[in-house]
Design a protein around this ligand. Structure first.
Ligand code: ADP
Length: 266
């Protein structure tokens, strides 16, 4: 604990009292340490793609490599991928920084969750490669939630794109929705590499990746699940992971279900 004293003077300049402020230094130190780590992480994450791009561009401008019809397109495509990853990273950072702001607001609306999730899965199915399949176990119920639609879309995008990213060829992804104690559970299960037990909680931390090199190669930023967790918690929900290494991973989140009006459809 740290104590700060300041004198309170009356209109004649005489001491009329003393204000003592006690502050919890350990909490402040922790926040300060996390802030420093965050800045170090961001710098590192930005430097990596930049140095990669620099070496490829240097190689291209060196001699006549840029004229080489075999090599030049490959090198340019690397720099393009790195640029795209950097844009994703900066967008993710902006999103997190918005959420850290006290004035951050959600634009909630009443949403038919089942129609909504079918729509999201349809969109993924249009874009995934043929060797990955998505199965649905989604009941035909009239489940209503009170959510910011764009934000929950982002949560699902992050979780489902991870399931796809970490799936093996020919893998199946299962998307399940169920009800439990007035809560709506959404589960996304894949047959991918899995996550070691001791890392299961850490994957929701900013920049944490089980395998940094693999995540980078797949275009990851290490921020997707941290954003998902903050968004779900802002909706009074919860998100967690279960996994068996080399067998697969399930990411589950729950959201409060809107109370149905009495006499309304179940
Ligand atoms: P990234 O951009 O690296 O995917 P995320 O925040 O989305 O970042 O995820 C953090 C880490 O959690 C990933 O780097 C990966 O190690 C692990 N992870 C997330 N989802 C899965 C999954 N479905 N299967 C295996 N590992 C996963």
């Amino acid at each position: 604990l740290r104590a700060n004293f300041s004198e309170v003077l009356d209109e004649n300049g005489e001491t009329s009292g003393i204000i003592t402020v006690l502050s919890d230094v350990t909490e402040q130190e922790k926040i300060e340490r996390e802030r420093r780590e965050f800045v170090a992480n961001v710098s590192h994450e930005l430097r990596t793609p930049l140095t990669t791009m620099r070496s490829y561009l240097e190689a291209l401008t060196d001699g006549s490599t840029w004229k080489d019809e075999q090599i030049a397109p490959k090198f340019l495509s690397v720099t393009q991928n790195e640029t795209e990853r950097m844009i994703r990273l900066v967008n993710d950072l902006l999103q997190l920084s918005k959420m850290d702001n006290k004035d951050y607001q959600l634009h909630k609306e009443r949403l038919n969750y089942i129609d909504f999730i079918h729509h999201i899965v349809d969109r993924f199915e249009l874009n995934i490669s043929e060797d990955i399949t998505i199965e649905r176990k989604i009941p035909e119920k009239n489940y209503k939630v009170w959510v910011d639609k764009d934000k929950i879309t982002q949560v699902l995008d992050n979780i489902i794109s991870n399931a796809i990213k970490y799936s093996p060829e020919g893998g199946e992804i299962l998307i399940e929705v169920s009800e439990q104690n007035h809560q709506l559970l959404t589960k996304v299960t894949d047959e991918g590499v899995g996550i070691p037990e001791e890392n299961l909680e850490k994957i929701f931390e900013r920049f944490y990746r089980v395998d940094k090199a693999r995540s980078r190669k797949l275009g990851g930023t290490g921020l997707g699940l941290a954003i998902a967790k903050e968004l779900i918690e802002a909706h009074d929900g919860e998100v967690w992971a279960n996994s068996i290494e080399n067998q697969g991973t399930t990411i589950t989140f729950r959201l409060p279900l809107m109370q149905q009006k009495r006499g309304g459809r179940a």
